[in-house]
Design a protein around this ligand. Structure first.
Ligand code: NAP
Length: 292
């Protein structure tokens, strides 16, 4: 398949590599052009603008930091919207807000272009191993077009709705629950540690009994080992996601008191630790607040 790929960050680069390895013809673009180097070495083509990366393609994928980055890349004379042929598909994998996804869907519809939202669960290691969980929403025919792409990058696809923004809402709900689990574990670890039980022992008991889920095993190990740098998912991106959860919650009139706590702990962590810490670094804030 002729694929354009925009955004070669921690997630985008390994995803694009897996597409090249699966035999797709991939044209990449990144704001900082040097990040295209390893992809070109693998057989991808580098484009100078989002428009060039989209021109003549069947599918263009975006894996960008946030809503503002996506809107920048879409718009203008050199943007994705200007290059994507009518009938071609934009596969949007970034974690973006519900309202933005609805706006992007309308922009594509006006131009006769197709749009699927397909945010993913899994950190950069999962992206490299083609083990992502893809949460997809869009018209059935568009999801069918995207199927070979999903097969090359993930271990399972969940189709949630014909309406693309529904996938973004599911992704935001998931990230809210991940950070809630990190916060809960961090508080329990602090209590255990101060009471004389090693964090690793508590994790062994919990994941070996009632909490045998990837989120507890993987983030539990990160918390036990205090592996907060280099970040797999940075605290600023986590803060962005909590903001997007809050916007969706406001729109739907859903009170989420836990969300406010998580947001404050992320802010406190950023203030004390700087921008380069993993979002699970809230565990350090929780430990410090416990006097550890
Ligand atoms: P990242 O490493 O920070 O990469 C961000 C990408 O966005 C880079 O390609 C960056 O370009 C580009 N970008 C940022 N601002 C831009 C702008 N104004 N215009 C054009 N391009 C811009 O982030 P990531 O970890 O790959 O995350 C990408 C997306 O996946 C985010 O929405 C994130 O929430 C989501 N996600 C992340 C994870 C994870 O564990 N990391 C897991 C699931 C989903 P430059 O290279 O020029 O900076």
């Amino acid at each position: 398949m002729q694929v354009g790929f925009l955004g070669l960050g921690q997630m985008g680069a390994p995803i694009a590599m897996n597409l090249v390895r699966a035999g797709h013809h991939v044209t990449v673009w990144n704001r900082s052009p040097e990040k295209a180097g390893p992809l070109v070495a693998l057989g991808a083509t580098a484009a100078k603008t989002p428009k060039d990366a989209a021109a003549g393609k069947e599918v263009v994928m975006t894996m960008l930091a946030d809503d503002a980055a996506l809107e920048t890349v879409l718009s203008g004379a050199e943007g994705l919207l200007a290059g994507l042929p009518a009938g071609a598909l934009h596969l949007s994998m970034s974690t973006i807000g519900v309202a933005t996804s609805e706006r992007v869907a309308a922009l594509h519809a006006e131009r006769g272009q197709r749009y699927v939202a397909a945010p993913v669960f899994g950190r950069p290691e999962a992206a490299a191993a083609a083990k992502l969980f893809v949460v997809a929403a869009g018209a059935p025919a568009d999801l069918e077009t995207a199927a070979p792409i999903f097969a090359a990058i993930g271990q399972r696809v969940f189709t949630v709705s014909n309406t693309p923004a529904a996938a973004n809402l599911v992704k935001l709900c998931g990230n809210f629950m991940i950070l809630s689990a990190i916060e809960a574990m961090a508080e329990a670890f602090a209590l255990a540690q101060k009471g004389g039980v090693a964090k690793a022992k508590l994790l062994e008991v919990l994941t070996g009994s009632l909490f045998d889920a990837p989120i507890y095993r993987n983030y539990g190990a990160i918390l036990v080992e205090e592996r907060f740098r280099p970040a797999g998912f940075t605290a600023p991106l986590g803060l962005k996601d909590m903001r997007l959860v809050g916007q969706a919650a406001e729109a739907q009139r859903v009170a989420m008191p836990l969300l406010s706590l998580l947001r404050d702990h992320l802010l406190e962590t950023l203030a004390k630790e700087g921008e380069d810490i993993d979002w699970s670094g809230i565990g350090r804030t929780v430990a410090r607040n416990a006097g550890l």
